[in-house]
Design a protein around this ligand. Structure first.
Ligand SMILES: C[S@@+](CC[C@H](N)C(=O)[O-])C[C@H]1O[C@@H](n2cnc3c(N)ncnc32)[C@H](O)[C@@H]1O
Length: 411
């Protein structure tokens, strides 16, 4: 057959990339984004997805083909821990390429979101101020001293982290966090970036049944409330208290909640390692979501002890996090999951994922037989992205699927 007769049209390609940024959920204080800003976020989402689905497998191949054989040949033994794997990977060009690009997408995402929010700072600050000034569901403490763990670090390369206020009443930090997370996660958390909280609320209803009717719920390290709002919506009769160290997060959080029609959440500024403002046994449910990895080794036991003190008998505490580094987890996977700790300004990530959380919960006073273990995957709008559980790409440390570790307090 002559070449001219062959069908050279390509097979139709099924699109499996991230959703277009234009489907993002725009609540009443969501920053406005113009054509070029949307294009930039779309590029970042595509790039992140490309890195996790197309480049990361090559890093795995480089480990097996080059890094591991060369280490064992030189040292006449296998790797003993994830740190040895990470350090050996540092010399491999494939890892260097992937790591540099991943860091670059994070830096670019921060600057992209920063520009979006800074150029409309006055309007955003005024809008949030109008929604929150005089509302007693926002409790800020002007004398609050940031814990060193939140103050000293620009978490995940976020300029000013969670607490910085460029002017009084500033919300550009949280608005940046909110506007860019859809790009960082490739939409896997859903339209309102709340797929984790939706999943937790569903899991709690399924696991504890209709008898569990929490009257008071405390969310620690709640941020701007992405994951506590679905809980508040699922338990509309509950009084929900969201505590965070960052005043801008809380300010933006209340304004966002109000424009989304969620009225049962109070946002309070405090350090969750000392919640003496609340009485003993005053909560039915204490929740943390993607929070523990930003707490220090020193404060984590204090936080666990506070949750034990604050729970009513019969109450539950749940922490939702990426999986711990169990012995059964391959060292290569552990090393890749540790990437954020060393190259993305998440210094507490590595230690937090190594400790025996069950043991720490027991030391805080929770009974051995009353520990809770589970797993949740982001529940997202089907038209935005398939459930994260169905997605088989592996973006170590960023996948929208988490472990639940918790405990029930017995009388
Ligand atoms: C990664 S964000 C998680 C936000 C939220 N849970 C979510 O699911 O979207 C971590 C939050 O924890 C807060 N945080 C860290 N250490 C804290 C502490 N000791 N006391 C109160 N908040 C803290 C930070 O200010 C930040 O907003």
């Amino acid at each position: 057959m002559a070449d001219t007769q062959r069908d050279l049209s390509p097979d139709p390609i099924e699109y499996d990339g991230p959703p277009d940024y234009r489907v993002v959920g725009r609540h009443g204080v969501y920053p406005e984004t113009n054509h070029d800003e949307i294009a930039r976020f779309n590029f970042l989402a595509q790039m992140n997805r490309h890195l996790s689905t197309k480049v990361m497998p090559g890093v795995g191949e480089a480990f097996e083909a080059r890094v591991e054989p060369s280490f064992t040949k030189k040292n006449k033994r296998d790797f003993e821990n994830r740190h040895e794997v990470r350090k050996a990977m540092l010399n491999d060009p494939m890892f260097q390429w992937w790591s540099a690009l991943r860091r670059a997408t994070m830096e670019t995402r921060q600057q992209a979101g920063r520009w979006v929010t800074l150029r409309q700072a006055d309007e955003l600050n005024a809008k949030v101020g109008a929604l929150t000034n005089g509302d007693d569901r926002l409790v800020l403490n002007p004398k609050f001293k940031q814990p060193r763990s939140t103050e000293a670090i620009d978490h995940h390369c976020m300029p000013g982290s969670y607490h910085t206020e460029l002017v009084p009443g500033d919300v550009t930090g949280p608005a940046n966090y909110d506007a860019g997370i859809f790009a960082t996660t490739g939409g896997m958390l859903g339209r309102y970036n709340d797929g984790g909280g939706v999943a937790v609320a569903e899991w709690v209803k399924k696991t504890f049944g209709d008898d569990f009717k929490p009257k008071r719920i405390l969310d620690i390290g709640a941020g701007l409330g992405h994951n506590v709002l679905p809980i508040a919506a699922a338990f509309p009769d509950a009084e929900v208290i969201a505590v965070d160290a960052g005043a801008p997060m809380l300010r933006y959080g209340l304004a966002r909640a109000k424009t989304m029609g969620i009225e049962n959440v109070t946002f309070i500024q405090d350090d969750v390692s000392d919640l003496s403002r609340f009485e003993d046994e005053s909560f039915d449910w204490i929740q943390s979501t993607m929070f523990l990895h930003e707490t220090s080794y020193k404060t984590m036991p204090m936080i666990f002890a506070e949750t034990q003190r604050l729970l009513k008998p019969g109450g539950i505490v749940l922490h939702v996090e990426q999986p711990q580094y169990a012995d059964t987890m391959p060292l290569f996977e552990q090393a890749m999951r540790d990437w954020d700790a060393f190259y993305n300004n998440e210094p507490f990530w590595t230690k937090m994922h190594e400790v025996d959380l069950d043991d720490w919960m027991k030391q805080a006073g929770f009974g051995d037989n009353h520990l809770i273990h589970g797993g949740v995957a982001a529940v997202v709008d089907k038209d935005v992205f398939p459930d994260a559980a169905d997605d088989d790409s592996e973006d170590f440390g960023r996948k929208a699927a988490w472990h639940v570790i918790g405990a029930k307090k017995v009388a």
